[in-house]
Design a protein. Sequence first.
Length: 253
Amino acid sequence: HELILVESGSVTVTVGGNLFTLHEGNAAFLHSEEVHCIKADPGAVTAIAKLDTPHFQKLLGDNRLLSPILTGSYVQKATFDALFDEISRQDRYSSVIADSIATQLIAQMLRHEQTVKSASAEPGTVKRYKELLDRIQGSRADITFEEAAAQMHFSKPYFSKFFCTQTGMSFTHYLNTIRISIAVERLQEGGATVTEVSQSCGFNTIRNFNRVFKKMTGFCPNALPKDYHFIHPQKEFSDSGFDPTLSCTEVLE
């Protein structure tokens, strides 16, 4: 799940094919089961809190917001700053305090926003698409475009168009985004060479890995800063934006 607060500029959020525009001070909530894409205008500053733990799923239950745009004033920059500060501390109490801040935000949201109960069964296409995204994240070195199209029961041309519509980028670009996000984590953890990281993330050659890594992060793999957060600034399908569908729990500004 993701809580979004626009600190300056404008951001466009696509949820299930519907477009929503957020301006400075606006906030939104994106459920983890909703296919979505975020595109920020040049110079826009957006804070994103990613809440991917069973605790938050249990709190939400089967509730879904009628609209992802939050109407209340309970989501403030100061709250995001406090959440980010606790995550950055990384002491024995930080996770507890960070969870409590996020829990209060979710509770306020459920209290003030209009909600509906989610359907128990998903349409076949939606179900297959979510399964595909899970497979991409779990088997990034093995899955091909042809296999992905077959899993969706689509022709290759139709799948290409469908995937771009849903994610805002091509299948190859999305796959590379997943691979590079994992590569960043492994390089920062240490204990593996650049070649080993490249191979484990599904790149066939170290040359291709270095090229894609530099294009997406702005750094060579062996010069990546320890405090670097992977936020992809450019998509093939749009002028600007980043991918919010990766599995992590952090606040990005």
